[in-house]
Design a protein around this ligand. Structure first.
Ligand SMILES: Nc1ncnc2c1ncn2[C@@H]1O[C@H](COP(=O)(O)OP(=O)(O)OP(=O)(O)O)[C@@H](O)[C@H]1O
Length: 335
């Protein structure tokens, strides 16, 4: 049985129309007019225990609105939501025990308290037993290096420390499900990598189901095998990331350093789109020509000193899908 089930979910927001001028303001007092914003239109998906999925889409696509319905903050306008067998908005407290939530943009910890005191408060709120608390704190302290700042007030923590504290806090009560919203935002490369490793580990070691919303495609690529892509409140794709890469990421880049830059090497099937001294960037469609074909062509006239073949980033693939308005998605991929 899936741990999360969403069926024909929708959420409309009624937004009061603002009328201009004094008369307009008076009129709105008597009779308010509303416009309907369909933030989530008709979304269905299910997630199995232990999965780690990327829930992605452009700004305003409806990601946060969906997550808020899964966490019980918002009541759906229609459709079904089940999180670990519970209807979140009907049973917010019970649902809270099953989920951990981390918002990269804001902390859930008490700003002015030493970090350890936030943990202690959460222990009470979630009624975590002494034994479990100690066990988790020992693990998190070790893996996330919490020791260096446990007595520092949250407001004085660096962003990286704050994020580590937040993720530890979200897991204190051993929730089977974790919602992560931009968990690496603003972190430097090393801190990002550490955070990703930690997320991967807790997913594998503790079988925690992770729903990750992010604009950082590297997060998605490194952490998830599956992504649900939404736009304008509608699901556009649900499936393997590898498949999207396979279908839309046919363009590869071959970068060659030539021994002597006499002339541009003549090529069929590839296109030089950038050159710097004796280095050339060649774009090619791997369905039409292979990298080794191109290399063979080049070596007829030039000596190659060094070469690399770059795979397309999922980010560029997705922006291509966005730009093309999902028109070219094959039926097998479109949902
Ligand atoms: N409380 C609200 N009242 C009215 N409209 C809202 C409300 N919350 C969200 N919306 C609108 O619903 C749409 C979806 O918003 P949502 O925050 O879910 O998008 P998102 O995919 O999370 O975007 P982002 O990546 O920018 O965070 C947007 O057009 C937004 O303006």
């Amino acid at each position: 049985m899936p741990i999360i089930e969403v069926e024909n979910l929708r959420k409309d927001f009624m937004i009061a129309k603002r009328e201009t001028g004094m008369m307009g303001a008076l009129r709105s007092l008597v009779k308010r007019e509303y416009t309907k914003k369909e933030a989530v239109k008709d979304i269905s998906f299910s997630i199995e225990k232990g999965e780690i999925i990327g829930y992605i889409g452009p700004n305003g696509a409806g990601k946060s609105t969906t997550i808020k319905m899964l966490t019980g903050i918002l009541v759906p306008s229609d459709g079904k939501v089940l999180v670990n067998g519970i209807v979140p908005y009907e049973n917010r407290q019970k649902n809270a025990k099953n989920i951990g939530v981390v918002f990269g943009q804001r902390t859930q910890l008490w700003w002015d308290l030493p970090t350890i005191e936030s943990f202690e408060l959460l222990k009470e709120i979630y009624q975590v037993s002494n034994e479990r608390y100690k066990k988790n704190m020992d693990t998190f302290t070790e893996v996330l290096g919490l020791n260096e700042f446990l007595n520092t007030p949250v407001r004085q923590l660096s962003l990286g420390q704050r994020m580590r504290a937040d993720i530890a806090a979200s897991l204190l009560h051993d929730p089977p499900i974790l919602f992560l919203d931009e968990p690496t935002i603003g972190l430097d490369v090393v801190a990002k990598e550490k955070m990703r490793t930690f997320i991967k580990e807790i997913n594998q070691d503790r079988q925690i189901t992770v729903i990750l919303t992010t604009h950082d495609m590297e997060d998605i690529e490194k952490l998830c095998e599956r992504m649900v892509l939404i736009d304008h409140g509608t699901k556009m794709y649900d499936g393997e990331i590898a498949l999207v890469k396979e279908r839309f990421g046919k363009t590869r880049t071959l970068i060659v350093d030539l021994e002597e830059s006499k002339q541009r090497p003549p090529l069929t099937g590839g296109e030089i789109f950038k050159e710097e001294g004796s280095r050339f960037w060649i774009k090619f469609n791997r369905d039409e020509v292979s990298a080794s074909d191109l290399i063979a062509q080049i070596t007829k006239t030039h000596n190659i000193k060094d070469l690399t073949v770059e795979e397309p980033e999922i980010e560029s693939i997705i922006s291509k899908i966005y730009q093309e308005g999902f028109q070219d998605l094959p039926d097998t991929v479109k949902v």
